[in-house]
Design a protein around this ligand. Structure first.
Ligand code: DMJ
Length: 460
């Protein structure tokens, strides 16, 4: 088995090299391109500083900035200092050392989990636990790991269900849990962070809970189609919504299968990813004259029920490239980019068969730029750099405010919305920077980004 996995990795690597070689005409770096890259990397850094300075001026110590009303917002009764925790490793990557210093001081002074408040397990894991683990690995201060361990311990009660799949909500002080209707993304996007916590603390309990949860979920797939649905009852283990897709509520379940396989060299995760993605490609992939897309289908029959794609679905090319299928990734990225440029900025939901917007907001999401960055990395084709540049420039044009960056209420009107989620600094600007810059701080061969773009480094 291990030999088969190693051969597969070698084959994947060979295919990536082959693709890179085939695209040589576009890959030769020129002085002009070197200058263009530097200029773009500098621009991203300047825009990151603009957003951070807005947070600093108007929302210091709170979770997020409200960029139009120029205030701060907390998710819960007490701040979890979400924007600084999410932004810290981006600052380190960008060599923003003064900002990183003040950010670290704020986190270590203000961040506490000893609050009688209920939090959403998934969001707190990907943003805060992931952010603290990467902060510890990149900065080295053991206080980050102490905070991560404290948080991990407070989240563990969520896994106390009859099936081992976690509840959606847990109280950080009392351990009281709530909401047994969970989904594959929120059950299957904890494994990297909990496995890293076990790796770094030497205590296997975190990884054991997370491994079990995803194993149980995987075994609940339909045995005929191998697809999973949208909502599962974690007490009974029954599907409550059988809509199968690769969008929000399922997306990062597949992402963590392949990322766990690579980071921990784990063939069981690889097998699960291969089975899952084969089903996704069999039933959901829709090759139309207007491009390749992923649709929605019934998990039990495989029958297509909607030709719906969206901003979250744009993570697929990045994941497919990482998993070794660069050819499908390229086709889907063409569609993602079309979805973006047809509307100046991508809408949240889109019916690709009718060419109709189903939901118009743009939430400053990273996935489309993230996929351009992965494809540029895997193919060296400048076309992906140019896609990223177009997307980044349209964000600056439409979303910039004098206090930071704002979401868009509807890409048909481009009216701004008073929110700047922390993932704009953690992900959108980080992936743009990784796409344009020649950063040397991370060794990509031993780094896997969690779904919030926090680098998890294999140091063992
Ligand atoms: C982020 O919190 C993560 O990337 C998550 O997986 C999906 N949603 C947002 C970004 O769009």
């Amino acid at each position: 088995m291990r030999l088969r996995f190693t051969l597969l990795l070698l084959f994947t690597f060979f295919i990536s090299c082959k693709n890179t070689t085939q695209e040589k005409p576009n890959t030769t770096p020129t002085n002009d391109f070197t200058k263009e890259k530097q200029a773009m990397a500098d621009k991203v850094k300047a825009e990151f500083l603009h957003a951070w300075n807005g947070y600093k001026k108007y929302a210091w110590g709170m979770d997020d900035l409200k960029p139009l009303s120029k205030k701060g917002r907390n998710w819960y009764a007490h701040s979890l200092v979400m924007t600084p925790v999410d932004a810290f490793d981006t600052m380190l990557l960008m060599d923003l050392n003064d900002e990183a210093k003040e950010c670290k001081e704020l986190i270590l002074k203000d961040l506490s989990f000893d609050h009688d408040m209920e939090v959403q397990v998934f969001e707190i894991v990907i943003r805060i636990l992931g952010g603290l683990i990467s902060a510890y690995q990149m900065d080295g201060d053991p206080k980050f790991l102490e905070l991560a361990k404290d948080l991990g311990d407070r989240l563990l009660p969520a896994f106390d269900t009859p099936t081992g799949m976690p509840y959606r909500m847990v109280n950080l002080k009392t351990g009281v849990t709530r909401d047994h209707n969970n989904n594959p993304a929120e059950i299957g996007t904890l494994q990297l962070e909990f496995a890293m916590l076990s790796q770094l603390t030497g205590n296997p309990k975190y990884r054991e809970k997370a491994d079990r949860a995803i194993e149980v979920l995987y075994n609940k797939r339909n045995p005929k189609t191998n697809l999973v649905g949208t909502i599962i009852d974690v007490k009974k283990g029954t599907w409550e919504n059988t809509d199968s897709h690769i969008s929000g509520m399922i997306d990062s379940y597949y992402e963590y299968l392949i990322k766990m396989a690579i980071l921990f060299d784990d063939e069981k995760y690889r097998e699960k990813y291969d089975v899952g993605i084969a089903a996704v490609n069999k039933y959901l992939l829709d090759k139309t004259p207007d491009g390749w897309w992923y649709s929605h289908a019934n998990m039990d029959t495989g029958e297509r029920i909607r030709t719906q794609f969206g901003a979250l679905d744009a993570f697929m090319p990045a994941m497919l490239a990482l998993g070794g299928d660069v050819e499908t990734a390229k086709q889907i990225q063409e569609s993602c980019f079309k979805m973006w440029t047809d509307h100046k900025i991508e809408p949240e939901q889109y019916d690709y068969s009718k060419g109709e917007i189903l939901a118009g907001p743009y939430y400053l999401r990273p996935e489309n730029i993230e996929s351009a960055a992965y494809l540029f990395h895997h193919t060296g084709d400048k076309k992906y750099f140019d896609m990223g540049k177009t997307m980044f420039e349209s964000i600056v044009e439409h979303c910039k405010t004098d206090a930071g960056y704002a979401e868009i209420k509807d890409v048909r009107t481009m009216e701004q919305k008073d929110d700047m989620q922390s993932f704009f600094l953690a992900e959108t600007l980080k992936y743009a920077y990784l796409l344009f810059s020649d950063q040397k701080k991370l060794d990509f061969k031993n780094t896997i980004f969690n779904t919030e773009a926090h680098p998890m480094q294999r140091t063992w």
